[in-house]
Ligand binder design. Structure first.
Ligand SMILES: [Zn+2]
Length: 403
C-alpha cells in the first residue's frame, strides 16, 4: 500500500468527489482493491467521504453517490523560503491552501548552518502556535536560489548566496530541530513543481517557468517531469548571451541575461549601484531597491526595457522545447509592466502567436507558497507518502476526528 498510496491520493486531490469505481479505473486495479485502499486512507484520516448534497451541487447532478475527497485537516506540509526579498516559513493543508505563514526579518545568510537553524526555529514556533498536529505534517520543503541535489538533500552551490557545497548541512540542521523529512529544491524548480500541481500549469505536461527577480532562472517541465540536465538547468538561463552591459556577472562575463533582463540590470541603469561586479553581501540592498523601483512609475520604462531583453531567450525556448506554456514568475517576472513588455516584444519582434505556439502567463504561486507545496508534491502526492506513519498516528489519536 505504501508505495502507491500517494498516487491514488493524487487522483483524489485532482478530482474531488471521485467515486471508488472511478478511482479504480484511473489507477488500473479492481474495485475490490480500490475499496480496500479507500478504507485504509479513511482510517488513516487522510481522506473523507463527501456527502450527497455536495455531489449534487457539483458536476454529477442527479446522480447521488458517495464521493471521496482529501480531508482539509488530514495532512499538512511546511515550508522554508530562503530569499533576500522575503524570508518566510509557512504551513499549507493537503489542498495546497496556505494556513499560516511568518515573515522573518534580518536573517543572516552568511553561514549555511546559522541560517538553517534560524529558519528551523522560526518554523517550529509557527507550527506550535498554529495548533497543527506535527504527526500530520508530511515534511519540510525548502526553496532557495541554489543548485541543489534533492535526492542527496544537499546544496551543491549557490552563486547567488555565495555558498559552497554544504554536504547536506542545511537539511541536517533543520532535521535536528524539526524531526521530519526535508525536501530541498532550487526556487525556479520549486515554483515549476508548485504551478504544475496547484497553479497555472495544472494539466499541462510541457511548460517552462522563468523566474525573474535580481537574477533570472528557469524550471523546465517535460512530460510532467522536471528536467535536471547534467548540471544545473535552473541557473543556465541567466548566463545566456544578451546585450553587453557595464556590469560583471558571477561567471565573469559582461553580456549575460542576468545583467540586462533583471533587477540587477535595472538598478544599474538607474545609477543605484556603486559597483560593477555582482556582490553577494548586497543581496538585501538589491532586493529592497528593486521592490521600491517596481512602485515607482517614473522607472516603468526601465522595467519595460528589461522585459524586452528577455524576449529573445523566451523565443528560443519556445522554438527549442515547444512548451505549451511559459510562465513568468518572480517579483519582476510577474510584474504587470515587465510582463506586458515581454509579451509586446514577442509579438512585435518574434511574431509570437499563441494559437500556434505557447501561451505566456504570469505566475500564480508565490515563492513562499512554493516551499510548502514542494513538500506536498514530494512527500504526500508521491510514492514517498509515509502512509504507515499517518495510519499509526490516527490509531493513537484519542479523538476520532481531527481538527
Ligand atoms: Zn553569467
Amino acid at each position: 500500500m505504501t508505495n502507491t498510496a500517494g498516487f491514488r491520493l493524487s487522483c483524489i486531490q485532482a478530482e474531488p468527489g471521485i467515486s471508488r469505481a472511478e478511482l479504480a479505473r484511473i489507477c488500473g486495479f479492481s474495485e475490490m482493491a480500490a475499496t480496500r485502499i479507500v478504507r485504509e486512507l479513511l482510517s488513516a484520516e487522510i481522506i473523507e467521504e463527501s456527502n450527497a448534497d455536495d455531489q449534487a451541487r457539483k458536476k454529477h447532478v442527479g446522480r447521488p453517490k458517495t464521493g471521496l475527497r482529501i480531508r482539509k485537516d488530514g495532512l499538512f506540509a511546511v515550508g522554508i523560503t530562503v530569499s533576500a526579498y522575503h524570508s518566510e516559513v509557512s504551513i499549507c493543508d493537503a489542498d495546497g491552501q496556505l494556513c499560516a505563514s511568518f515573515r522573518l526579518e534580518n536573517v543572516s545568510l552568511d553561514s549555511v548552518s546559522q541560517a538553517a537553524r534560524f529558519y528551523a526555529n522560526a518554523l517550529r514556533e509557527l507550527i506550535e502556535s498554529s495548533g497543527v498536529n506535527i504527526d500530520r505534517i508530511v515534511g519540510v520543503g525548502v526553496a532557495l536560489s541554489a543548485l541543489t541535489s534533492p535526492e542527496r538533500g544537499e546544496i551543491v552551490a549557490s552563486e547567488y548566496f555565495g555558498w559552497a557545497h554544504d554536504d547536506g548541512q542545511f537539511c541536517r540542521e533543520i532535521q535536528q530541530i524539526i524531526d521530519l523529512p526535508v525536501e530541498i529544491e532550487n526556487i525556479s524548480n520549486a515554483l515549476a513543481i508548485a504551478e504544475m500541481r496547484f497553479g497555472a500549469a495544472r494539466d499541462v505536461a510541457d511548460f517552462t517557468l522563468v523566474h525573474v527577480a535580481t537574477f533570472v532562472g528557469a524550471g523546465i517541465v517535460s512530460d510532467s517531469k522536471l528536467v535536471r540536465g547534467d548540471a544545473s538547468v535552473s541557473r543556465g538561463l541567466g548566463h545566456v548571451r544578451s546585450a553587453e552591459r557595464p556590469l560583471i556577472c558571477t561567471c565573469g562575463r559582461r553580456d549575460c541575461l542576468n545583467l540586462s533582463a533583471t533587477g540587477f540590470g535595472i538598478l544599474s541603469r538607474m545609477g543605484k549601484l556603486d559597483h560593477l561586479t555582482f556582490d553577494t553581501s548586497k543581496l538585501s540592498y538589491y532586493a529592497a531597491s528593486l521592490l521600491a523601483v517596481l512602485k515607482d512609475e517614473n522607472a516603468a520604462y526601465l522595467v519595460a526595457e528589461a522585459g524586452a531583453q528577455i524576449a529573445p531567450a523566451l523565443d528560443f525556448i519556445g522554438n527549442l522545447l515547444r512548451p505549451k506554456m511559459i510562465i513568468l514568475s518572480g517579483y519582476l517576472g510577474s510584474n504587470d509592466v515587465y510582463f506586458g513588455s515581454v509579451k509586446n516584444a514577442l509579438v512585435a519582434q518574434f511574431d509570437h502567436d499563441k494559437a500556434n505556439t505557447y501561451t505566456l502567463v504570469p505566475g500564480t504561486i508565490s515563492s513562499v507558497e512554493a516551499a510548502a507545496l514542494l513538500a506536498l508534491h514530494a512527500l504526500c502526492y508521491s510514492e514517498r507518502l509515509d502512509y504507515d506513519r499517518f495510519a499509526r498516528a490516527a490509531e493513537q489519536s484519542p479523538d476520532a476526528t481531527y481538527g
